[in-house]
Design a protein around this ligand. Structure first.
Ligand SMILES: O=P(O)(O)OC[C@H]1O[C@H](OP(=O)(O)OP(=O)(O)O)[C@H](O)[C@@H]1O
Ligand SMILES: O=c1cc[nH]c(=O)[nH]1
Ligand SMILES: [Mg+2]
Length: 215
């Protein structure tokens, strides 16, 4: 662990380091990039779900009755299109009963401001816990909008899962939403003149979907 702001949990593990080196490498092909994002997301998901409440249940094993525990919270995953889609399956592997609510957002190339283009959140009651999935947190503008939208829906417990977050974006989220924790594989120091994370990994959405020069 490092001297990051208290809203950030950098998941420290040799496997995280290994798969980060894969996603950062510019010659990693899209199939390998997707696989590494999948593996990193699984590794981040475990600490990011450490607060979920459980109920005690009695389970009949083939031998006897065992006292067990099952997750009792209603969890909603909120992938931010497009890049967040690459993180949905690995979280569903460990939380198969979670719902998935999609939000679409892209950054305007000139201003780096987020533009919302799809919102599939319902009017009904919100989940107990929402986990926002987006591999990149740069200026924090996109996550800021998503958190505001979830709070408007009435979600009280919000966590963010990213692969790489930049310090300026982390700072922004900490100031705006001190209760929102961010779970990441890496914290990078800065942004370049195009608001890309340095050293980062480039454009996550384009690398997942093999659509170079789309942004
Ligand atoms: O913290 P911010 O400065 O807001 O930047 C981060 C956002 O930018 C990327 O999306 P992008 O605009 O590339 O859309 P895409 O997922 O469709 O590629 C990324 O996946 C985040 O959503
Ligand atoms: O470095 C960055 C910044 C925003 N979005 C990305 O995909 N990468
Ligand atoms: Mg992109």
């Amino acid at each position: 662990m490092t001297s990051e702001p208290s809203n950030v949990v950098r998941v420290s593990h040799p496997l995280v380091d290994h798969h980060l080196s894969v996603v950062r490498c510019e010659t990693t092909c899209p199939a390998e990039f997707r696989a590494a994002v999948h593996r990193l997301t699984m590794l981040i998901s475990v600490p990011a779900t450490d607060h979920l409440p459980t109920n005690q249940v009695q389970i009949q094993t083939p031998v006897a009755i065992a006292d067990c525990r099952r997750i009792s919270a209603d969890v909603g995953l909120v992938p931010v299109l497009r890049a967040g889609l690459g993180m949905v399956d690995p979280v569903l592997q460990i939380l198969p009963d979670a719902s998935v609510w999609h939000l679409g957002m892209y950054r305007n190339e000139e201003t780096a401001q987020p533009v919302g283009y799809y919102d599939k959140l319902p009017n009904g009651s919100p989940p107990d816990v929402a986990m926002i999935l987006d591999p990149m947190l740069a200026t924090g503008g996109s996550i800021d909008l998503v958190v505001r939208r979830l709070q408007r829906w009435g979600v009280g417990d919000i966590r963010v899962l990213s692969i790489i977050a930049a310090r300026p974006g982390i700072q922004r989220i900490a100031e705006d939403f001190p209760d929102v924790k961010i779970f990441v594989a890496a914290v990078d120091p800065e942004l370049n003149e195009r608001a890309f994370i340095v050293p980062g990994l480039g454009d996550a959405g384009d690398r997942i979907f093999d659509t170079p020069n789309q942004d």
